[in-house]
Design a protein around this ligand. Structure first.
Ligand code: HEM
Length: 315
């Protein structure tokens, strides 16, 4: 289980996956709904009064980390650091490059945080973190696997969601007619979020190792080869999507690959959707137009999206 949930195969993967799935299925998250809705409303109210803000730091980063922290049951101490960890984990994937040493350092900091500040005896009772450790007591997983699952929450569930929320603001600023359509029919919010993820997939690539020779579009991939699986590219494949660059909230792209596919498909997607649907709904009720300035983008081996998005709200 050395590679954690993402880099393990069944049957080891299944053990980890079952634990996380139980915690992150819609039924398990239902209790969180009202507080997510309330926080989304308060946050957007504040930003409307301000009028101008950065949609990354003041909106997306001000929203997601608190849910991840509350859900896991993290202690107050150190919560201000959890944003450091996610992007670094994704930047440590793939071939070694000039950013690798810094990414490794932050990954070690995450492991240290999980084993000290957020160690077992410092987690809130009833939170997902405590339940991971209960799985150790039940003999389902060992302690190392518990630490790995804790790091999975803190790495996989943070920047991915943040990037998607900021992308939504950018895309709806660039496509005001789509925002008008969404305001006219808020029942399209779930479909609209899927379409945002299709057009602006935060996770661009992960990899797999082939177990046998495989032919793909006339190219033979040998057995044992590491293959990059380009989710973001597939989401804009013109053989699958008509006019793929165009944001169209009526498309309902349920089979987009922004959350991956197969046994490793995103186990946290219900949480991401809960957050995004709440935030979009809060924005819909209060925002007539987004006006944006020059966006800045992150540089990361795996993730794509915004590091800064100056934004002005017109009500
Ligand atoms: C918009 C937000 C998100 C996006 C775009 C996203 C994307 C992805 C993708 C593409 C995969 C598949 C990896 C693969 O095929 O190898 C994945 C897996 C995973 N995601 Fe997410 N994710 C998001 C949110 C979350 C959240 C909120 C959590 C946790 C609370 C989470 C936890 C995980 C975990 C643990 C896996 C590994 C699952 C496995 O290997 O079985 N993700 N995610």
């Amino acid at each position: 289980m050395a590679g954690g949930i993402l880099a393990s195969d069944p049957p080891q993967h299944t053990v980890l996956r079952v634990i996380l799935s139980r915690m992150l299925m819609p039924r398990a998250l239902r209790g969180l709904g009202p507080s997510v809705t309330a926080v989304a409303g308060e946050l957007v109210d504040r930003l409307v009064v301000r009028g101008e803000f950065d949609a990354v730091s003041d909106l997306a980063e001000a929203f997601t980390p608190r849910f991840v922290a509350d859900l896991i049951g993290l202690p107050e101490e150190g919560r201000d650091r959890i944003l450091e960890f996610g992007a670094a984990t994704f930047d440590g994937l793939g071939p070694t490059g000039e950013r690798t040493p810094a990414a490794r350092k932050r990954q070690q900091a995450l492991m240290h945080y999980v084993s000290t500040t957020a160690a077992r005896d410092r987690l809130a009772a009833g939170g997902l973190g405590a339940r991971v450790w209960e799985a150790v007591d039940a003999g389902d997983i060992d302690e190392q696997a518990a630490v790995t699952l804790m790091t999975a929450f803190l790495s996989a569930g943070m920047d991915t969601t943040i990037l998607s929320l900021a992308a939504a603001v950018r895309l709806f600023a660039q496509h005001p007619e789509q925002w008008d359509a969404l305001r006219a029919d808020p029942s399209l919010v779930p479909a609209a979020y899927l379409e945002v993820l299709r057009v602006a997939a935060p996770v661009t690539v992960f990899s797999r190792v082939t177990t046998r020779e495989w032919e793909c579009d006339g190219v033979t991939i040998p057995a044992g080869a590491r293959v990059a699986v380009l989710y973001a590219s597939a989401n804009r494949d013109e053989r699958k999507w008509a006019d793929p660059e165009r944001l169209d909230i009526t498309r309902r792209p349920a089979d987009h690959l922004g959350f991956g596919v197969g046994v490793h498909a995103c186990v946290g997607q219900n949480l991401a959707k809960l957050e995004a649907h709440s935030l979009l709904t809060a924005l819909l009720a209060r925002v007539h137009r987004f006006e944006i300035g020059e966006p800045e983008f992150i540089v990361n081996n795996t993730l794509h999206g915004l590091s800064r998005l100056p934004c002005r709200i017109v009500t």
